[in-house]
Design a protein around this ligand. Sequence first.
Ligand SMILES: Nc1ncnc2c1ncn2[C@@H]1O[C@H](COP(=O)(O)OP(=O)(O)OP(=O)(O)O)[C@@H](O)[C@H]1O
Ligand SMILES: [Mg+2]
Length: 304
Amino acid sequence: MTALHHADFNRPKGIHRVRTLPDPALGALWDSIILDEALKDQLVSQAMLNFTMRGKVDRSVLPLHGVIFLVGPPGTGKTSLARGLAHRTAQSFKGGKFQLLEIEPHALTSSAMGKTQRAVSDLFSQSIAEAATRCPTIVLLDEVETLAADRAKMSMEANPVDVHRATDAVLVQLDALAEQNPQLLFVATSNFPEAVDTAFTSRCDLVVHIPLPDAKACAAILCDCLTGLGRTYPSIGKLAKSTDVARCAAACVGLDGRAIRKMVANALASTPETAMNPDSLTADKLLASAKAAAANRLQPGRKT
Ligand SMILES: Nc1ncnc2c1ncn2[C@@H]1O[C@H](COP(=O)(O)OP(=O)(O)OP(=O)(O)O)[C@@H](O)[C@H]1O
Ligand SMILES: [Mg+2]
């Protein structure tokens, strides 16, 4: 992972990581997420359009803000897709250097009155705006509900006024950056879209719902996982090609992509023997683990 940190210097507050694009590691991440190809193409096209057209057409004609929003249940690949999309976008503009800034929203929030709003304003109006003058820039706003919390649903928890102002600051800054910086694209994610302010969502150029994997996608994710393990443990690779794997995949329907991969890890840890010698994993153990994961998901009280 050290290669991912090569551009990681002089980070202003709130910018968690800076990466130079294209980055093949992010390309592999993009490829590892099993999703309807048409949806993937739509994401790349929207991101490309942002950089080809936004600076050339007046905002009174097309009011683009340069924001793509990925929403969906936890573990469905949103953060991975957002990073991969940054790579794919840069790659489409052959030869051009792009950069990806990853924002850490929790670093901006503060219990001190007015501090969050100030930190948000500074991040957008100084750090991001300045970075975007250097080269085309993609900004990952992961778990954006933290920054653009729904002002209509503020509870009486600590400093609701401050949270309110932080959301206001995000909206004001997005408008300002949309006006001044056509070489900028935000990719936001949330697994809790009800908590995101509707004025933020309204500013998004494209909102894409990332669904739980369907039966075919579950099988593909399981296969990808087993094939990947097969590079280290050849017997697990053979399991990926066996007919038994279809039964295991069927048992995974209803699980998200993260849960499917974790289920495989649980199968490997189902006995001390497989933990010590992963090559001894059997289809039966995998099936038992898939069924346990699915049953766990259905337990009452668990949010689905
Ligand atoms: N559709 C998918 N295909 C393949 N792998 C997937 C898929 N969805 C999730 N995964 C795997 O699950 C893990 C978690 O993915 P990621 O962190 O991108 O999810 P997320 O949607 O951002 O989750 P959260 O909402 O909890 O932040 C990754 O290892 C990823 O490879
Ligand atoms: Mg995520």
